[in-house]
Design a protein around this ligand. Structure first.
Ligand code: C2E
Ligand code: CA
Ligand code: CA
Ligand code: CA
Length: 279
């Protein structure tokens, strides 16, 4: 989102009159991209910390722009959240991920669950549950193979409706994980009240655990606490063997990061071995 040129990408982050123009421009571009099928999903494996076995994959959206090439979600998701277009885009991602992983599972011996990132705006929409049901039904993916990743920001307007929705989802067999745990503003008591089975520790913690004692204490604390609440912990953004070893030593359950695999297209995912011991 920093490119200059005729369309001045950088305007989007600016304020004032220009940013109004920009959101109109971006709204159109995103709308067209959805219609023209310019979005695509990559999948990143999540591995068992001890065995390196692939346990699930996370779907991550990319915008395959005809002129600008692959645009990463960091450059358009925040904007799509501003314009509200994250809702139709998120719906597309949900349906596409279910469809692709159902197809992959049908053609292989390996049965992989897929995790889909859900924006708070999308999660808190009245018809979200219907959208999830539709995606599962249209794809044939069993509910237990779908996991939704939400961040602590879903709690900003109060916890009760969120807890109710998570209860309904989990009664259908759909699991909900807390993404980017520890980066938001919510209190620890939320974790106690949320019917969730998994927390994902943000990369900003992981890449500091080896050098910062206080960060290490938070990481260890979250892992221990989550285990006492019968939750599993995923460490995101593992890049080095030292980071891997450190998290294994701290009893982290699952690992995700470039050390094992970058997010890859479905065809590449299909060819990955069952175990990714780390490069
Ligand atoms: P996230 O959900 O925390 O996803 C993890 C991000 O970390 C991904 O970036 C992934 O490619 C990156 N990553 C994984 N391992 C490593 C590593 O070892 N090192 C480094 N440096 N990075 C690593 P990506 O794909 O660019 O996605 C960025 C964010 O965009 C995601 O963060 C998520 O918040 C959002 N996003 C992506 N796809 C979707 C989507 O379909 N819907 C919604 N609502 N948000 C999405
Ligand atoms: Ca995520
Ligand atoms: Ca995350
Ligand atoms: Ca993140």
């Amino acid at each position: 989102a920093k490119r200059k040129g005729r369309n001045t990408w950088q305007w989007y982050h600016g304020a004032g009159v220009k940013s109004t123009l920009d959101s109109v421009f971006l709204r159109n571009e995103l709308q067209q991209a959805l219609e023209k099928d310019e979005f695509t999903l990559h999948y990143q494996p999540v591995v068992d910390a001890v065995s390196g076995k692939i346990r699930s994959v996370e779907a991550l959206v990319r915008w395959n722009h005809p002129e600008r090439g692959m645009i990463s979600p960091g450059d358009f998701i925040p904007l799509a959240e501003k314009t509200g277009q994250i809702v139709p885009l998120g719906q597309w991602v949900l349906r596409q991920a279910c469809r692709e992983i159902a197809r992959l599972n049908a053609s292989s011996e390996r049965m992989l669950p897929v995790a889909v990132n859900i924006s708070s705006l999308q999660f808190l929409r009245e018809n979200f549950l219907t959208a999830v049901d539709d995606a599962l039904e249209a794809s044939g993916l069993p509910a237990r193979f779908l996991e939704l990743e939400v961040t602590e920001s879903v709690l900003l307007d109060g916890a009760e409706p969120v807890i109710a929705l998570m209860d309904t989802l989990s009664s259908r067999g759909i699991r909900v994980a807390i993404d980017d745990f520890g980066t938001g503003f919510s209190s620890l008591s939320y974790l106690r009240d949320l019917p969730t089975h998994k927390v994902k520790l943000d990369r900003s913690f992981i890449n500091k655990t080896l050098t910062d004692r206080r960060t290490a204490a938070i990481v260890q604390g979250v892992i221990t606490m989550a285990h006492h609440m019968d939750m599993v912990v995923v460490a995101e953004g593992i890049e080095t063997e030292d980071e891997q070893n450190d998290l294994v030593r701290r009893n982290c359950d699952l690992l995700q990061g470039y050390r094992f695999s970058k997010p890859v297209p479905l065809e590449v995912l299909a060819e990955l071995p069952d175990r990714l011991p780390g490069i």
